[in-house]
Write a protein that binds this ligand. Sequence first.
Ligand SMILES: Cc1cc2nc3c(=O)[nH]c(=O)nc-3n(C[C@H](O)[C@H](O)[C@H](O)COP(=O)(O)OP(=O)(O)OC[C@H]3O[C@@H](n4cnc5c(N)ncnc54)[C@H](O)[C@@H]3O)c2cc1C
Length: 386
Amino acid sequence: MRPALPIVIVGAGMAAYSVAREFRKLDKSTPLLIIADDAGDAYAKPMLSNAIALGKGAAQLVSHSAAQMAAQLDATVLAHTRVTAIDSASRTLSTGQGSFSYSQLVLALGAQPIRLPMGGDAADDVLSVNHLADYAELRARLDRIGAPARVAIIGAGLIGCEFADDLLAGGHHVTLVDPNRLPLAALAAPSLSAGLAQAWAGRSLALRLGTTVASVARAGHGFVVSLADGSAFEADLVLSAVGLRPSVALAQAAQLETRRGIAVNAYGQTSASGIFALGDCAEYTTPYGSAVLPYVAPLLAAARAIAATLAGTPTAITLKNDAVIVKTPSYKMALAPPPAGTSGAWVDEHDGERTIARFVDPAGVLRGFGMSAHTPALRQKLLAEM
Ligand SMILES: Cc1cc2nc3c(=O)[nH]c(=O)nc-3n(C[C@H](O)[C@H](O)[C@H](O)COP(=O)(O)OP(=O)(O)OC[C@H]3O[C@@H](n4cnc5c(N)ncnc54)[C@H](O)[C@@H]3O)c2cc1C
């Protein structure tokens, strides 16, 4: 007989569906209830920043509808339902559709785009793309404008650079604004950042580096973007890609320990018993201290361990060193940046075909790397050295 109370997972992103999938491999009978405030459709979020050049619409990025996921996981998926409160003492959730009791709870709430304060009457028209619905909005706006659109992107980090390269390949004109002197400055060695900038040189992509956006104002059907250095340019569309902030408000209100993300121990458990967290909302325990790791590989590792723990075998999360594959076909890179605050220096090696940059600490230990024209074998070799 099935136990009366379900395991409840809040969220329907990659973290939520990964933990549900892993759990079902181990336990076929415990009821699963997945509650999400979006449509609950499954999609691979990394595709959002390379789908324009492929001409894909939002619907084409959906791998399984919410109903298909429910059938596949033998779960109930409650879509368009926001969880508004957690009572960890009575193990109850409040939602717009009533209250739900849980035996164990998994928070897979994701993160929210950071919105920089800026002047002008069009700051609210600036779009951030962190969800399938945002991508649908981006596609709709591009379709209305028609190609080539003049797109301003605020932030030349990983997501900003990927969207820039994708929009460029899709035939649009891009202006990329960032306070750093090179794109990808926080993640890549200067030699690789320069390689990316070089790959864009002479194309319809303007880099406006060393400055920030002061205001975005409406002008005709488009916008005027004014920069802190006193210059200004016109754009049909403005995208913001200045980073994400883990969604912690629900956990905070329930008195769970939060730092930048929802704090979890080596097992993915929060400070409340029976409540776990993973994915972009979580702050993991790592050998280098606690860290928010907003990438697919850590959430898959966390999903496997949390699923085993939920199924009755307490299992610690094994976070492996991994490299981020930067989806900029103009200049392919794999990056394994050193942990924040690591002292050391970048050492470059060029072999004609590729640049390999190693971040070496004062004791000569490899703490991070990046490379262009990467191959799986080379990535694995350097990861093994770290
Ligand atoms: C454009 C882009 C490209 C990326 N590319 C890569 C890549 O190449 N490689 C890589 O490793 N990583 C990449 N990432 C990061 C990776 O995609 C994310 O780390 C991962 O998808 C996060 O999944 P998640 O389930 O934690 O969060 P999300 O996908 O954000 O899911 C959160 C879920 O929680 C729901 N939710 C939130 N609050 C509530 C509430 N109160 N009640 C109910 N439901 C709620 C949301 O509706 C959503 O369903 C990329 C990210 C972006 C944005």
